[in-house]
Write a protein that binds this ligand. Structure first.
Ligand SMILES: NC(=O)c1ccc[n+]([C@@H]2O[C@H](COP(=O)([O-])OP(=O)(O)OC[C@H]3O[C@@H](n4cnc5c(N)ncnc54)[C@H](O)[C@@H]3O)[C@@H](O)[C@H]2O)c1
Length: 249
């Protein structure tokens, strides 16, 4: 199961895992685009289904898990990847902006972790939970402070979840992308342009990347496969940076 998989990183992860033989459920608010990702996977010889759901709605998340189990027999790995951003100057952050970002990026992750873990425990087979964090979860950025805080929370939830679920053999890990070429940047670019901060646009941020370029969703695929499969069985509570060397910790 990959949430936020109708486009961007989630679609890239799904395509990479399907190529390795995983049976995917593509979950997103965007029903048509999610169906298109599933169709592309099927056309390439993979196995995928799509379902429209809001990750902040527990009943919808439960229904998605039921759908996966009915479709494939078991739930093996759950990716909390759906995420949103809405840049603004620090002094302009309001409750609505804060809540919008934290509802999806944090509460959505809590619900996904809980319902996936419940299913893993119920089925008696250890599973994998993987969270999409961000390099900015370890570094603040003035014009996306709520987003940075939400991704710091994802790192913390990954650690807490690892401790909470280890007794059941469930691992909880995440990865922290830096700059990835996806549609999320369309909104960010417009917002920073409107703030008079064009230096913060996607095309202007590459100079901080040691490997000299932004990532494509395909660059994330191998780490996603590693964290969803048995090769990572002895790793839990960790965040793997996949950022071309933007942040060195
Ligand atoms: N692109 C980057 O540079 C970058 C860097 C670091 C982390 N990330 C993180 O990677 C993840 C994927 O981002 P992306 O760049 O592919 O963005 P994106 O906007 O292209 O994709 C995000 C997807 O999440 C879906 N989504 C949003 N709210 C949802 C909800 N409530 N329920 C279900 N689906 C929902 C959207 O419809 C969209 O398809 C996010 O968590 C993002 O914060 C992105």
């Amino acid at each position: 199961m990959v949430t936020g998989a109708a486009r961007g990183i989630g679609a890239g992860i799904s395509q990479a895992m399907a190529a390795e033989g995983a049976h995917l459920v593509i979950v997103d608010l965007l029903a048509d685009q999610a169906a298109e990702v599933a169709m592309t996977i099927i056309e390439n010889g993979g196995v995928a289904k799509s379902v429209a759901a809001d990750v902040t709605d527990r009943e919808q998340v439960k229904a998605v898990i039921d759908f996966a189990v009915t479709s494939y027999g078991n739930l093996d790995a759950w990716f909390n990847n759906a995420g949103v951003n809405d840049p603004r100057e620090f002094l302009s952050i309001d409750k609505e902006n804060w809540d919008f970002i934290h509802d999806v990026n944090c509460w959505g992750v809590v619900v996904g972790m809980q319902e996936a873990a419940r299913r893993f425990i119920e089925q008696g087979a250890p599973g994998k939970i993987v969270n999409t964090a961000s390099s900015v979860g370890r570094q603040g950025v003035g014009v996306i402070a709520p987003y940075c805080a939400s991704k710091a929370a994802v790192i913390s939830l990954t650690q807490s979840g690892a401790r909470a679920f280890a007794q059941h053999g469930i691992t909880v890990n995440g990865f922290a992308p830096g700059l990835v070429d996806t549609p999320i940047w369309e909104g960010i670019d417009k917002a920073v342009e409107a703030m008079g901060r064009p230096e913060l646009k996607f095309s202007r941020l590459h100079s901080d990347i040691l490997l000299g370029r932004a990532a494509l969703p395909a660059d994330i695929g191998p780490v996603a496969i590693f964290l969803a499969g048995s090769d990572s069985d002895y790793i839990t509570g960790q965040i793997i940076p996949v950022d071309g060397g933007m942040v060195l910790v």
